[in-house]
Design a protein around this ligand. Sequence first.
Ligand SMILES: *Cc1c(COP(=O)(O)O)cnc(C)c1O
Length: 401
Amino acid sequence: MDKRNHHGGTDHADLRDETLVIHADDGLANDGGIAPAIYYTATFRAQNAAEFADMAGTPRHPRYYTRYGNPVHERVKKIMAELEGTETALVTGSGMGAIATTLLALVSAGDHVIAQTRHYMSTAKIMDEMLPRFGVEVTLVEQADVSAFADAIRPNTKLIMVETPANPTLVVTDLAAVVSLARPRGIIVVADNTFASPINQRPHDLGVDVVVHSATKYLGGHHDLTAGVICTSEELAERIWHTHISLGSVLSPMDAWLLLRGLRTLPVRMDRINANALALAEFLEKQPQIERVYYPGLPSHPQHDLAKRQMRGFGAVIAFAIKGGYEETQRFVSTLKLSQNAVSLGGVDSLVVHTAAMWEGVMTEEQMRIAGIPSNFVRFSVGIEHIEDLKADVLQALRAV
Ligand SMILES: *Cc1c(COP(=O)(O)O)cnc(C)c1O
């Protein structure tokens, strides 16, 4: 992988991602173990009154009280700040913990926020329901249209939230263009980088102020933990941290340790995932039972050029439409043997979701149509299995359609 320009406050400008995930946290206190210790404690002892005062009075202290910080958190934060090229990072108990904490820390009543018409469902709920309840106005814009962001800006616009690529059809937001609108006006840009991972996309390199992640996905990578990460400047991290300790989205030391373990293999997993997903997307596009494939790595994606410009790989998630309706699509999904029918993405196992079946309980058919969720839509998160086995499995399921 290319050596990249790690600006920001990073200490390892000379190291590549594969090395950073193993060594960026080397300098942090250790008792000699090659694998780091799990500090399974809620609280830490002070040696004397002066030290206690220092621990209590230092924001983001790593050894005072685990809601404030923990030595395992420090390691994850160090690696994530290096991977995203930001000065520092914070960790939270979930991706939504990272997103909600960031938004509630940075906006106040009377502020205006611009967000996308397509966001992760719980982020969309914050925009639609929660922020307005607290007197924050929100304008939703079509993310592929840069002029829609420009038109939405008002004198009180405080923050622009972007997410790219985004569900369900992997639409891409032009990060550099959004930053060029926000920067001169002092508007904070927050990017949900979950669908790309720092290996495939580094929003801070393009000027994004805060990069948030659901670490439940690629970063953990094994579908065994729930966590979130916020990568940003020292100044914004301190502001967000003060809200974080009040909202209390704390990452448990065990899950932080599992996340640390997951991060060690992130670059090698992403290499395999990117290659598998591109090969599977190309393969799907050739099958007669497939109506359409949505994947930013395919030349048929309407924003393929933009995706190539701002991403180095295109990630695990492929969306596609099966020729047929609900029944045919359901038959395809239930005939797959290797890919399991489950939500989430970015782990070692391939997962598949029949989108309409997922929303059936909460949305009417009409609502699904408006939300752009046709009955024949499938979301596939490609794992690290052998590509020929994945293709064979998809082929036998398509024949059952
Ligand atoms: C999963 C996800 C989230 C939420 O993360 P959790 O860890 O489940 O709280 C937010 N944004 C995106 C894009 C996601 O995929």
